[in-house]
Design a protein around this ligand. Structure first.
Ligand code: SF4
Ligand code: SF4
Ligand code: SF4
Length: 279
């Protein structure tokens, strides 16, 4: 018996109505219903119980009410921190055990985190790996040391210090850890890294080659710039900069010293003339 609450909750109704009735719900080998914890960039967050095999699109856009603020759906992470991400091409994927495994993800505990265009997938992979690395018990070398090395590489990439060979190294480490770690935690920890590299390789390359974070999340890669044609020289940004990184003369275009800027974003929020852009 799998001792989890969801299994226990199914047992009374199976006794009441019979196994045949229960088996009619669901798809293929995945019988019955599944509770998903719908979270992230979706209008209706919370627990939803659906027949196994309900598509990702139905869960996110029908039950979840779609993505807030007219943003574009980018990805959904299933299976918690050890799962993988699904993308737009997977929206019509039936959410059942077999289909999720076939696309490199998993059902896990039913976690379903929705991401929009403002999420950086390199940062997402780093965030999930940080969690699993922290959870590693340390008994076996691939998980104890391997996940640590992977996290170091991902952090390096988000800081703009990544090299192209890092992607190859990440994939090699991930494949080795999956094949050699002792338990499920280590074997599944590389999933978010592998699935984001597979689905969002361009985003990794933007961080590595162009030193840019397309979603404007990785702070070290952000650049605040003043557009001189739009700047009225009011000085409001200078007065609100905590690092004195902005200088200029009244009624002339101001400038930002990138070597001092700590990327706090104060100037962008304060400028009344939209003269500051975030790149
Ligand atoms: S794979 Fe399992 S046994 Fe090995 S270190 Fe990670 S948590 Fe421990
Ligand atoms: S982002 Fe912050 S630190 Fe940088 S120039 Fe603007 S206000 Fe100053
Ligand atoms: S707040 Fe805007 S308009 Fe005023 S000086 Fe700064 S950039 Fe120029």
């Amino acid at each position: 018996m799998i001792n989890n609450v969801e299994t226990f909750a199914n047992i009374p109704i199976i006794f009441q109505k019979g196994a045949d009735w229960f088996s009619q719900i669901g798809k293929g080998k995945s019988k019955g219903t599944k509770v998903f914890a719908l979270a992230g960039k979706v209008n209706n967050t919370g627990l939803v119980e659906v027949p196994m095999g309900t598509t990702l699109r139905e869960i996110i856009f029908d039950l979840g009410g779609g993505i807030p603020n007219r943003k574009r759906f980018k990805a959904a992470q299933t299976g918690g921190p050890s799962g993988g991400c699904l993308t737009e091409k997977d929206l019509d994927l039936p959410m059942d055990y077999e289909s999720l495994i076939s696309v490199g993800s998993m059902m896990g505990s039913g976690g379903l985190i929705v991401m929009d265009e403002d999420n950086c997938m390199v940062d997402v992979a780093r965030f999930f790996l940080e969690f699993t690395q922290d959870e590693s018990c340390g008994k076996c070398t691939p998980c104890r040391i391997g996940t640590k090395r992977m996290l170091e590489i991902l952090t390096k990439i988000t800081l703009g210090e990544g090299e192209e060979k890092d992607l190859e190294l990440l994939e090699e480490l991930a494949t080795t850890i999956k094949a050699t770690a002792l338990c499920g935690l280590g074997q599944s920890a590389p999933n978010p890294v592998l699935s984001t590299i597979r689905n969002f390789r361009d985003e990794y390359l933007a961080h590595i080659r162009d030193k840019e974070c397309p979603a404007k999340v990785c702070r070290a890669l952000l650049k605040y710039r003043i557009t001189s044609e739009l700047c009225k020289g009011c000085g409001l940004c200078e007065r609100n900069c905590p690092e004195k990184a902005i200088s200029g003369k009244p009624k002339k275009p101001y400038t930002i010293d990138q070597s001092i800027c700590i990327k706090c974003g104060n100037c962008l929020n304060k400028c009344p003339f939209n003269a500051i852009e975030l790149k």
